[in-house]
Design a protein around this ligand. Structure first.
Ligand SMILES: Cc1ncc(COP(=O)(O)O)c(C=O)c1O
Length: 393
């Protein structure tokens, strides 16, 4: 009889269940919105990255529909063969102008933007100096590059400097940090890291996935927020979070972008976005500039909700952004908190190892511009009730 070679899958899944780390996928019954139906239950949704509510914005829908009518539903090729449409070029020009860089290139996702860029701009003799909490796509890109990876403690620019000072100057050295850290909501030590990059002649790269549309003037990101224009060589952003659609991009010099056109493997070997995606992203950049009140509302809601959680006595870590973690410690407790909140009508996903450290399991919340005060107050009341019954507060 044949022994099942895949038996380890069930063993691994059983072990995840034992550790309280097994999660069934939550399924949205309709649109991605602040209050929506998930698994057939109407809930206040505190788990999306839809910071500005653009996933359902009428202007984005209209531009996407228009592009489908006039340009079809697919691009039919990778960018370097026949899959570059004029709307892709228009989006890249618009992003470069928005980010105040010479040029920009769009990837299929933020993940491929990071992984494809880091892996192509460095080689096996080079060095990557990376914050310990950087996103998985940076870590994977670093591994693919075969460069030596040096990790510095979270936000510790002095430690990064110490590492860099020991490295040979003739090699390429890339300092890389998230702009906003996705699990803790704190900001990278960007001004200090730029100083280190300037002092030692390193390449400076920032992943601004959670800052685009949130920080800086009209949502230009952390480089604008910290006034670091001209000091960050490689700026990554996503089109999948505040922008409300799908994709990632790199903004920087013309030479960098042309290099990526020739070397970044997801750009070379995977089909480009459907035109409707590019059209909706273009509409989103318009909305960032014509409806700044959305970003103001996002920050009003952030201040209200964060202060509410803190006054209830929850440990919200060191967040400086609309991402507010409720840190509870072990994974089973975090999952229980999340499950009971769901029963009360609040969706806030539990997050455990390996996404965060084993003893830092949490429920992560993200408010959006489109939550009403009543919805946020309802969520706070639910956190109070469940948090007390589980002894978290
Ligand atoms: C910090 C960070 N970088 C990159 C990504 C990847 O972006 P995308 O979802 O567009 O692939 C994410 C998304 O989870 C992220 O949190």
């Amino acid at each position: 009889m044949r022994v099942d070679p895949l038996i380890y899958f069930s063993e691994e899944l059983a072990s995840l269940k034992e550790q309280g780390l097994y999660r069934a996928l939550r399924v949205l019954d309709g649109e991605q919105k602040a209050q929506t139906s998930i698994d057939h239950r109407v809930v206040v949704n505190l788990s999306s990255n839809n910071y500005l509510g653009l996933t359902t914005h009428p202007k984005l829908r209209e531009r996407a529909l228009d592009a489908i009518r006039t340009l079809g539903v697919g691009s039919g090729s990778v960018r370097t063969i026949a899959g570059t449409m004029s709307i892709h070029m228009e989006l890249e020009r618009t992003l470069a102008e928005f980010k105040r860089t010479e040029a920009a290139v769009v990837f299929q996702s933020g993940f491929t933007a990071n992984a494809g860029t880091v892996s192509s701009i460095l080689g096996k003799d080079d060095f990557i100096i990376s914050d310990e909490l950087n996103h998985a796509s940076i870590i994977d890109g670093a591994r693919l590059s075969r460069a030596t990876i040096k990790v510095f403690p979270h936000r510790d620019a002095a430690a990064a400097r110490e590492i860099v000072s020991q490295l040979p100057r003739e090699r390429k050295r890339l300092i890389i940090s998230d702009g906003v850290f996705s699990m803790d909501g704190d900001l990278g030590a960007l001004p200090e890291l730029c100083d280190v990059a300037d002092e030692f002649g390193c390449i400076m790269m920032v992943d601004d996935a959670h800052a685009s549309g949130v920080f800086g003037r009209n949502g230009r990101g952390t480089i604008d927020h910290f006034e670091l224009h001209g000091r960050v060589d490689v700026q990554v952003g996503t089109l999948s979070k505040a922008i409300g659609v799908l994709g990632g991009y790199v903004a920087g010099s013309k030479a960098l972008i042309e290099f990526l056109y020739h070397r970044a493997r997801p750009f070379l070997f995977s089909t480009s976005h459907p035109p409707a995606v590019a059209a909706a992203c273009l509409a989103a950049i318009d909305v960032l500039q014509s409806e700044p009140q959305l970003i103001e509302r996002l920050w009003d809601n952030t201040r209200f909700f964060k202060a509410g959680l803190q006054s209830l006595g929850f440990n919200t870590g060191s967040s400086q952004s609309p991402i507010t973690p409720v840190i509870v410690g072990d994974a089973p407790r975090a999952m229980k908190l999340s499950d009971q909140l769901f029963q009360e009508g609040v969706f806030a996903q539990g997050i455990g190892f390996p996404t965060v450290a084993r003893d830092k399991a949490r429920v992560r919340t993200i408010v959006t511009a489109t939550h009403t005060r009543d919805e946020l107050q309802f969520a706070l009341d639910s956190f109070a009730k469940v948090g007390r019954s589980l002894g978290v507060i």
